[in-house]
Design a protein around this ligand. Structure first.
Ligand SMILES: C[S@@+](CC[C@H](N)C(=O)[O-])C[C@H]1O[C@@H](n2cnc3c(N)ncnc32)[C@H](O)[C@@H]1O
Length: 387
């Protein structure tokens, strides 16, 4: 595909997303109907779509319309691409620009330039204070790829060498010994033997830091396990036995294979089938995902106040349920990939006010704006101890 044809493909996909399709579904649909597109084309179209979703309001202002064409015109103006070389109307390139399209477009105003839903800004400022703008701007950029070295199978130097032999360049970071920052070849990771043999797992820096801050002695329950990333991280640190639970068992479908690859033993519990008490219970609760919007930028624009109300109620219910599974003297670890106060410290404050058995030991926010966790997604951890 020529570059202009990729832009035309992105226009169609963005129009579907703006009409309500989830971004991944719209990309998959295009991919299935475009057998002529090679892997380079698919990656380039994906980048065009995701970059524009990350910068939706600023590019719509620059392009003069919140539409696929408006966003791609805005992208060309932002990146200094001559519109007449892209919008040629020839072959598979986008149609020529109309008079109105030529005339439309302006510099984004201050709020649009942050590319954050306007209604959310007051809460964003309240939560992040002096880091509010920096965090919003960080979410306009692509997210780095992080790996966690599995100490059961490898060490950082060996993992780096094994990855390099298969075209993946990665380096260590000062924040934590097990994390590798991928610098090149991220698309080759899942096919590499380092990944398939369990030397490394894909995991963002912030959950790695959060899991490293938890006690790794005794029994662990990953209460909202999903794909099981945190259960695997705790098993890798030597905690055990480790059990995984999710109200939707299908979310844990890949966990046995991931555990096999990692050489870890994880017991899968049936929904609501938890017996006994655990030394550590992790609740990585459903949340707005506001800390990870670089990776899921369509979610940034989909979130409504009513969704936050619903999510906060669910988080409170999960905390109440999970509290009953914590052994006396044990730890309840509450985690979100959100930066919003409502989902984080306010949620924990309300829980502590209604359950006097627990006290707060530590609470920590992670994110690209937090120096020691530079490059990580936004994340929150509260460590509560049961009497
Ligand atoms: C943020 S995701 C967890 C991601 C996971 N920890 C990981 O590392 O991949 C939240 C999970 O909570 C689950 N969930 C929702 N309500 C629940 C409940 N009442 N009890 C347990 N799990 C629940 C969802 O099915 C979802 O898989």
């Amino acid at each position: 595909m020529i570059p202009a044809a990729r832009i035309q493909a992105a226009i169609g996909i963005l129009d579907r997303i703006l009409a309500g399709d989830p971004a991944e579904a719209a990309l998959l649909r295009w991919s299935r109907g475009s057998r002529y597109a090679g892997s380079g084309d698919r990656a380039a179209v994906r980048d065009l779509v995701f970059d524009s979703l990350r910068r939706r309001s600023s590019r719509a202002a620059l392009g003069g319309a919140l539409s696929g064409r408006g966003l791609m015109i805005g992208m060309c103006r932002e990146e200094g691409l001559a519109l007449e070389t892209v919008f040629t109307g020839e072959g598979h390139a986008p149609a020529l620009l109309s008079e109105e399209e030529h005339a439309a477009g302006r510099e984004p105003h201050a709020q649009e330039a942050l590319d954050l839903p306007e209604w959310l800004w007051p809460q964003w400022q309240e939560a992040l204070g002096p880091h509010a703008e920096g965090m919003a701007l960080a979410l306009r950029e692509r997210a780095p790829v992080w790996l966690r070295v599995n100490p059961k199978k490898s060490d950082p130097a060996t993992a780096i060498a094994a990855l390099a032999a298969e075209g993946v360049q990665a380096s260590i970071v000062p924040a934590i010994a097990t994390a590798l920052l991928v610098e090149e070849g991220a698309r080759r990771i899942s096919a590499s033997s380092a990944y398939r043999d369990g030397l490394v797992e894909l995991q963002d820096l912030s959950p790695q830091l959060a899991c490293a801050a938890l006690p790794a002695t005794g029994s662990v329950l990953d209460y909202c396990a999903g794909g099981g990333g945190k259960a695997l991280a705790m098993a890798a640190r030597g905690a055990g036995p480790v059990s995984a639970h999710d109200v939707d068992a299908a979310r844990m479908a890949d966990l046995p294979e991931r555990a096999r690859r990692a050489g870890a033993k994880i017991r899968l519990l049936k929904p609501r089938g938890i017996a006994g008490r655990f030394d550590l219970v992790m609740t990585d609760v459903p949340c707005s995902g506001s800390g990870t919007w670089r990776r899921t930028p369509d979610a940034k624009w989909r979130l409504q106040e009513a969704d936050l109300d619903r999510l906060c109620a669910l988080q409170a219910a999960i905390l109440t349920e999970a509290a009953e599974t914590v052994a006396e003297g044990g730890v309840l670890a509450y985690m979100t990939c959100s930066v919003l106060t409502r989902e984080n410290s306010a949620q924990i404050g309300a829980f502590l006010a209604r359950d006097a058995r627990f006290t707060l030991e530590t609470e920590q926010g992670y994110g690209p704006e937090a120096g020691f966790a530079a490059g990580s997604d936004g994340f929150y951890l509260a460590v509560l101890r049961r009497r």
